[in-house]
Design a protein around this ligand. Structure first.
Ligand SMILES: NC(=O)c1ccc[n+]([C@@H]2O[C@H](COP(=O)([O-])OP(=O)(O)OC[C@H]3O[C@@H](n4cnc5c(N)ncnc54)[C@H](O)[C@@H]3O)[C@@H](O)[C@H]2O)c1
Length: 172
């Protein structure tokens, strides 16, 4: 039987994917750090194996890939709070993994968000903290090369417009 690893399977979208996979006859394993997910949803409701851990933990991933015969990975592990992502973008850059190869400064993101949303965004500028890199850009080159993947929304205006549309629908 095919086994699928679902990252973020204890969250909203991931858990629905787990249910659909189970109904389609797949064996499912969930990897989730439970930062926003629910253990009982995976273990008691969906009744699939839950591995509590972080997608950035390379040795854990090596262990999972070497001990399970996985057919595919469905990746839903991410932070999703749009408001928080504007206040603390680095947290989101670090966790939400694949970038589009073009960097945007925090100021650019804030200015674009102001334009798209038509809202004033309060900002407080501080000095760079020790250890903050001057530039940090996620590259998707490998995903493009190996998987033929291309970002659907490479442009900052489109990314924010899409996120804003989603946010408004969700908080109507
Ligand atoms: N909810 C929506 O309507 C919606 C719409 C479009 C796209 N999405 C995308 O789907 C994905 C999942 O969204 P969601 O609404 O299910 O969010 P969610 O917060 O409900 O689920 C995300 C899950 O990932 C886990 N997680 C986060 N970071 C992790 C990490 N580093 N390692 C392991 N687990 C981690 C959390 O604990 C949580 O269970 C996101 O990329 C989101 O942008 C969601």
């Amino acid at each position: 039987m095919s086994t699928i690893l679902v990252t973020g399977g204890a969250g909203y979208i991931g858990s629905h994917a787990v249910l659909a996979l189970k109904n389609a006859g797949y064996e499912v394993i969930v990897l989730d750090n439970l930062s926003n997910g629910h253990r009982e949803l995976v273990e008691e409701v969906l009744q699939v194996k839950l591995i509590v851990g972080d997608i950035s933990d390379r040795s854990l991933l090596d262990d999972i890939f070497s001990t399970h015969n996985l057919t595919a990975v469905m990746h839903f592990a991410a932070y999703i709070a749009v408001g928080e992502s504007v206040i603390d973008p680095a947290k989101y850059y670090h966790n939400n993994v694949v970038g589009n190869g073009s960097g945007f400064s925090v100021r650019e993101v804030i200015e674009t968000a102001k334009e798209i949303t038509g809202k004033e965004i309060k900002i407080e500028e501080r000095d760079r903290r020790p250890g903050d890199p001057p530039i940090l850009v996620g590259s998707s080159d490998k995903a493009t090369k190996i998987l033929g993947w291309h970002p659907k929304y490479p442009n900052l205006n489109e990314i924010i417009a899409h996120a804003w549309q989603w946010h408004q629908q969700r908080h109507r």
